[in-house]
Design a protein. Structure first.
Length: 96
């Protein structure tokens, strides 16, 4: 359950940052149209996430803090026991 919460948090943080930045930008720019504001928030949040996820992947976990947590979530394979991330290859069918 923690991994799901972590993934949701890391998705939420870029959009929170985008919202705050756009609200700060609105101090000098008047945006009346809610659609424009929504589109800018979505675009900025998506670019923010992509940039910091790439930096985290290439240069280390410290960049993950900009997404709200220092590491991406790790998911167990389907059917694995909780806390078990290793695949038991002895239980696979022959040729599998």
């Amino acid at each position: 359950m923690y991994q799901i919460a972590l993934s949701l948090w890391r998705t939420f943080v870029p959009y929170l940052v985008a919202f705050v930045v756009l609200q700060a930008a609105r101090l000098g720019i008047h945006l009346d149209n809610a659609t424009v504001n929504s589109a800018l928030t979505t675009a900025f949040g998506t670019v923010y996430y992509a940039v910091f996820r790439t930096l985290e992947h290439r240069y280390g976990a410290r960049w993950g803090w900009f997404l709200g947590a220092a590491r991406p979530p790790a998911y167990a394979p389907a059917g694995a026991a909780p806390g078990s991330h290793a695949i038991d290859y002895t239980k696979l069918p022959e040729g599998g």
